[in-house]
Design a protein around this ligand. Structure first.
Ligand code: PRP
Ligand code: URA
Length: 211
């Protein structure tokens, strides 16, 4: 499903795995495994339009011109902590990607994103950058991460998440209309504490078994 600047990956496997992740009875081990599996499927869609170039190769039988991905290696940017869960699956499909890290946490009272770590390749401006975070709630974290990457020179950025709130999508589209969003589902709303409803709870806590 496509709306302006947003692709919802409504594949039966994604929907099924997402239901298991939402279930509060799902164990930490299964939650992590499911996130990795869904990340593969999200990665497949978020890279569907990558440009190809023809190169000459030799099969055991003959020479041929065959397609390879053009340009420099991609950069994946997990937003710590929960973005690390998506990173694993993305790297299984694109093992040679470069990785930038951005550490952000949401202040529980103000919901403002507070940065505590940033490290990115110098030549990020020449590469397709894919930011990873399972949850797009208020989008304060995603907006801050993209701002930071743009400051560093990134020009071609996509955002991959699992669940998005309508409020988060609106905020992100407003702040960064150039950044396409890929997600597995758009939920109903945010609650008064900024959690996505019905959601899956706190993605970082469920991944790492904290709380
Ligand atoms: C969660 C989540 C996102 C953020 C989304 O992180 O992983 O980064 O909240 O919320 P937002 O769209 O309102 O900014 P959290 O701050 O709980 O940190 P953690 O990943 O370290 O648990
Ligand atoms: N962060 C989460 O981990 N879950 C939410 O529902 C909102 C923000």
């Amino acid at each position: 499903m496509h709306q302006d600047g947003v692709t919802v990956i409504d594949h039966p496997l994604v929907s099924h795995k997402l239901t298991l992740m939402r279930d509060k009875e799902t164990s930490t081990k299964s939650f992590r495994q499911l996130l990795r599996e869904i990340a593969l499927l999200l990665c497949y869609e978020a890279t569907r339009d990558l440009e190809l170039t023809l190169v000459e190769i030799e099969t055991p039988l003959t020479k041929m011109m065959a397609p390879k991905i053009a340009g420099k290696k991609l950069v994946f940017v997990p937003i710590l902590r929960a973005g690390m869960g998506l990173l694993e699956g993305m790297l299984e499909l694109v093992p040679s990607a470069r990785i930038a890290h951005i550490g952000l946490y949401r202040d529980p009272k103000t919901l403002v994103a507070v940065e505590y770590y940033f490290k990115a390749p110098e030549d990020i401006g020449d590469r397709l950058v894919i930011v990873l975070d399972p949850m797009l709630a208020t989008a304060n974290s995603a907006v801050a991460a993209v701002e930071r990457l743009k400051e560093r020179g990134a020009r071609n950025i996509r955002f991959v998440c699992l669940l998005a709130a309508p409020e988060g999508i609106a905020h992100m589209r407003d702040a960064h209309p150039d950044v396409h969003i890929y997600c597995a589902a758009i939920d109903e709303r945010l609650n008064e504490k900024g959690y996505i409803m019905p959601g899956l709870g706190d993605a970082g806590d469920r991944m790492y078994g904290t709380k």
